[in-house]
Design a protein around this ligand. Structure first.
Ligand SMILES: Nc1ncnc2c1ncn2[C@@H]1O[C@H](COP(=O)(O)OP(=O)(O)OP(=O)(O)O)[C@@H](O)[C@H]1O
Ligand SMILES: [Mg+2]
Length: 582
């Protein structure tokens, strides 16, 4: 058998003097050996026969002990104690079942007092890392290859693809640290799988460089699309208002500070039910009429709602002395109606309130959901498991409503899908702080969005909906959602507040591991969680399609003696509320 560790007596670094459930403290006598030790390197501890415990060096201390206290009054010398704290991260079995050299993330036994501790470096490290890579490959034929370990650049780092998406993941890092590149690396591997399925909320239109059969690109219809006959096949998405939940419509139309807000919301709910009823009757959908609720995805005409509100707002009723008097809600809906009219006529919201007529047909939702939520095999052209949705032209005040509308659609479809037909899907949420904000610090639209993402974070695993939360400001992202993410990919993070949020997500025994956050290189990540065999520093491989997020070289641009551009294109696009497409 080819044992990967062959340690001898001379390799011993020191011996265990104290043990906890997940940490051990080693005392080292030889100062030379202490000097060779480095934080975050690996060590192996003697354990039961045929196995070694693997640990990560967390802290190295050298302290003087007062000789007097030690009861050595005559000894003028100060006694020194060299201590190394180690967090235990797994067990390496020489043989397990029929497999040789198996590494697991469980720590089944704790080290004994006086057990020997050995360094894992040089040849042993190379062999150990080979085992790590091998284990991942055996587990999954098509593994998720993310990069190389900083500890040993020759060793490739794999993630467990199932666990990564099942238990949600978060990718964080300061601006320019490499989040978008990492996301692109993940996306392209999903896209390469025959049944890969994902939706990307692309807030800055960075991922339009990813052009291959596995990808499909969409953008939300802008005001310049309204007159053109663009459709799903052109990659233009309309999100008709009737897809919004009641809560979302209220957050958009009712001003919470208005003293009539509760009445307005109540009357709107009745008007919407009535409008849905009417459209169901027109379509002859008898079965649905009996069971629909206000949130059922039933197309209705917003003008019916407007007319109903207007009639209640001007209603006169017969009073006690047979004289006409104003109805209960007379004049109380004026502001609601004004807001509704303003929204309907706002061209920026054309994708919501002025969708093409075919979107109000009953069959349309089926087609829409197929294109967005179903896998590649279900598409007409057999392309596009990864759907990238460009939100760069959506007004920022309604971004949360629109992103969450699509997330909700994905979740609802999966919830109502018979379990044997569920096609797991991952939602990549770039710039998540914009639409999954911390609850203390948000408006009504943000709350609607947070509700949906919290629900997915808590229950998505059961229905096959995974989240990948990507943000440069983890401290501004909703804490419930973050705490449900079991995989952490942290890139360089300089802000103290953000660092402390991320350190809290690390397991207790790895708390110190977070100290490298500010000193990571660009494109380097700390990976901890269910999906990674070793909590480790990894250099992320460059994606083959680089996102168009390049850092602009200020000084170079300023130094070149070439004219750069002028502003007339920008002014024009700003007026048209749309980037020129070539
Ligand atoms: N893995 C990598 N290897 C080499 N260079 C990288 C890597 N990742 C990122 N970079 C470099 O860093 C630049 C910025 O990366 P990226 O756009 O991914 O940052 P970001 O974290 O998404 O920033 P922001 O928060 O502003 O969106 C890239 O243009 C690229 O030059
Ligand atoms: Mg980015």
């Amino acid at each position: 058998m080819n044992k990967i560790f062959q340690f001898g007596e001379k390799d011993i670094l020191g011996r265990v003097i104290s043990v906890d459930t997940a940490t051990a403290v080693i005392e080292i006598d030889d100062l030379e050996k202490l000097r060779c030790m480095q934080v975050n390197r690996l060590v192996a501890l003697e354990s039961n026969a045929g196995q070694h415990l693997i640990g990560l060096i967390e802290k190295i201390t050298r302290k003087a002990i007062d000789a007097l206290l030690e009861g050595k009054e005559n000894d003028a010398e100060v006694v020194e104690q060299n201590l190394v704290r180690i967090s235990l991260i797994g067990t390496l079995f020489d043989k397990r079942g029929t497999h040789e050299n198996v590494f697991t993330r469980t720590v089944e036994s704790v080290p004994r007092i006086n057990a020997a501790c050995f360094p894992v470096e040089g040849e042993s490290l190379t062999r150990f890392m080979q085992v790590i890579a091998q284990v991942a490959q055996d587990d999954l034929k098509k593994s998720l290859l993310i990069g190389n370990y900083t500890l040993d650049e020759r060793a490739e780092a794999y993630l467990h693809g199932d666990r990564f998406f099942q238990r949600h993941a978060v990718v964080v890092g300061s601006t320019g640290s490499g989040k978008s590149w990492t996301t692109a690396r993940l996306l392209e591997q999903v896209a390469n799988l025959p049944q890969g399925n994902a939706i990307v909320f692309d807030i800055h239109g960075e991922y339009n460089t990813m052009q291959a059969d596995g990808f499909r690109h969409f953008r939300i219809a802008g005001s310049s699309d309204l007159e053109k006959k663009t459709s799903l096949d052109d990659g233009v998405l309309y999100l008709p208002y009737w897809l919004l939940s009641y809560e979302a419509l209220v957050s958009m139309l009712v001003d919470r500070s208005d003293q009539n807000a509760p009445n307005q919301a109540m009357i709107m709910s009745r008007a919407i039910i009535k409008a849905k009823q009417k459209s169901l009757e027109n379509a002859g959908q008898k079965e649905i009429i009996e069971n629909f609720t206000i949130d059922s995805p039933v197309p209705f005409n917003i003008l019916d709602v407007e007319a109903e509100l207007n009639s209640i707002n001007t209603e006169m009723v017969t009073g006690s002395s047979c004289r006409d008097k104003q109805g209960d809600f007379h004049g109380k809906l004026s502001r609601l109606i004004a807001r509704l009219e303003a929204k309907i006529s706002d061209r920026r919201l054309g994708f919501l309130f002025k969708p093409p007529t075919e979107t109000s047909a009953f069959e349309w939702l089926n087609e829409f959901a197929t294109v967005l939520i179903a896998g590649r095999a279900d598409q007409k052209d057999g392309k596009g498991g990864v759907k990238i949705i460009d939100f760069s032209e959506v007004p920022s005040d309604i971004l949360p409503l629109m992103v969450s509308l699509i997330a909700k659609l994905a979740f609802s479809i999966h919830q109502w899908q018979p379990s044997n037909k569920r096609h797991p899907i991952a939602l990549f949420c770039d710039e998540a702080h914009l639409y999954i904000p911390d609850t203390n610090n948000t408006d009504a639209a943000g709350e609607v969005s947070v509700d949906i993402f919290e629900r997915i974070a808590k229950e998505g695993r059961k229905y096959g909906v995974g989240l990948v939360v990507i943000s440069q400001r983890p401290s501004e992202v909703n804490k419930t959602v973050l705490s449900q993410c079991n995989n952490l990919l942290a890139m360089r993070l300089t802000n103290g507040e953000d660092q402390s949020v991320i350190k809290k997500l690390l397991p207790d025994s790895l708390g110190g591991f977070g100290d490298v956050l500010p000193i990571l290189d660009i494109g380097e990540a700390l990976i901890v969680g269910d999906a990674s065999l070793l909590p480790s520093r990894i250099r992320i491989k460059e994606p083959s399609f680089e996102p168009s997020s390049a850092t602009i070289p200020f000084w170079k641009k300023w130094s070149d003696d070439i004219k750069i551009g002028g502003v007339s294109d920008a002014v024009n696009n700003w007026r048209r509320q749309s980037m020129k497409r070539t």
